[in-house]
Design a protein around this ligand. Structure first.
Ligand SMILES: Cc1ncc(C[n+]2csc(CCOP(=O)(O)OP(=O)(O)O)c2C)c(N)n1
Ligand SMILES: [Mg+2]
Length: 362
């Protein structure tokens, strides 16, 4: 059954406005900043995939094609808000202030990557890999804001597939029942690994899941940053004013593999991917800005050079970080250290010393 919900799109795939744009979109400085960040995200993402291919980081989940969502969400959030992200949120995290080298450390299997240096993101959550569990964590954070009377918003993201999980639906329910200051941003990139959207769920939209929980839901074109910025901005404002939670389903497409451990050519038709490239968000905003006379090829080349230098500096910092001792796998797990694990930790440290050819205490 279809529940009529708005689906917002301002820019056509070729960047032409489809009608009047929201008033804030006259701010070309803002739109240019967003564009710069989208390009930085894309180049960083490409580098991360290359680092995995050359064995320098572990599995990585590319954000290719979903840059508009993350950049818009990250730029709308205030420092005091809390992001509760999932694994395809490089764009949001970078915009919030997480450092590129921290993201590389995380995907390199190093916990220091979740120990964000920037004070503005100290309270943001680490990347969540278990599907949809973060939706409930965000409701916990929002409950704390509400009890303390703070004007802060918890923002949580997830994929289309995650909206089939009980955790997600329970989170919507508690958010609606308690009118929590939480915004759910669904990155509907059409695939949950090899499972296409149409067989994940019988409802015609994912946004309508919000309606059953008593909160507003709507769709936006997730390749159109003007639409994402406008609608997520409104949802954040509502939540900040104590008017309750909201859900925004952003329609996008995962242009890359699910992760570097996946080969999407085995289950996706080439034609579908080719078609999706026509809609992609970076080119769309670039075409719009060029038509307004505020972007051109020389600015583009300068931006690419600048972004590549930033990415390279981050890679250098990441590679200089060195490996943590193997027994660090026990760290950050318990508030109070369980004595029973002491022996295991010592055993592991000793084995590691032996493996390195060092001295054993045996
Ligand atoms: C609880 C749980 N079940 C299964 C998985 C394995 N898994 C990893 S990603 C994924 C698909 C998620 O798809 P979607 O929510 O659409 O997000 P996307 O990866 O497309 O951004 C699954 C099933 C997991 N990580 N956690
Ligand atoms: Mg998906």
């Amino acid at each position: 059954m279809t529940i009529e919900l708005p689906c917002t799109r301002y820019l056509a795939p070729d960047g032409r406005p489809l009608g009047a744009l929201p008033a804030w979109a006259d701010d070309f400085d803002l739109l240019t900043r967003l564009y710069r960040q989208m390009v930085l995200t894309r180049l960083f993402d490409r580098k991360a995939v290359a680092l995995q291919r050359t064995g320098r980081i572990g599995t990585y989940a590319p954000t290719l094609g979903q840059e508009a969502i993350g950049v818009a969400v990250g730029s709308l959030m205030r420092p005091e808000d809390v992001l509760v992200p999932y694994y395809r949120d490089t764009a949001v995290q970078l915009m919030r202030g997480v450092k590129m080298e921290e993201i590389l450390l995380y995907w390199g299997g190093d916990e220091r990557g979740s120990d964000y240096a920037d004070p503005a993101v100290r309270e943001d959550f680490p990347i969540c890999v278990p599907i949809a569990t973060q939706s409930l964590h965000a409701c916990g954070v929002a409950t704390a804001f509400k009890i303390r009377g703070e004007r802060r918003v918890a923002v949580t993201t997830c994929g289309d597939g995650a909206t089939s999980k009980g955790d997600f639906l329970e989170a919507l329910n508690v958010a609606g029942a308690w009118q929590l200051p939480v915004v759910f941003v669904v990155n509907n990139n059409q695939w949950a690994i090899s499972v296409p959207r149409r067989i994940q769920c019988g409802a015609p939209t994912l946004a309508q899941k919000a309606v059953g929980a008593g909160l507003p839901g709507e769709q936006v074109d997730g390749n159109d940053i003007v639409a994402v910025y406008d609608r997520v901005g409104s949802a954040l404002e509502r939540a900040r004013q104590g008017k309750g939670p909201a859900l925004v389903e952003c329609l996008s497409y995962r242009l890359g593999d699910h992760t570097t451990a996946d080969d999407a050519t085995r289950y996706r038709p080439d034609e579908e991917v080719r078609q999706a490239w026509q809609e992609e968000p970076v080119k769309r905003l670039q075409s719009f800005l060029a038509a307004q006379g505020v972007w051109d090829e020389s600015r583009e080349q300068a931006l690419i050079a600048d972004c590549q230098a930033q990415v390279q500096r981050a890679v250098t910092v990441f590679e200089a970080a060195g490996q943590q001792p193997v027994e660090s796998v026990f760290e950050h797990l318990y508030a109070r250290w369980p004595a029973a694990l002491t022996e295991q930790r010592e055993m592991l440290a000793e084995r590691a010393t032996r493996a390195r050819g060092g001295e054993s205490h045996e």
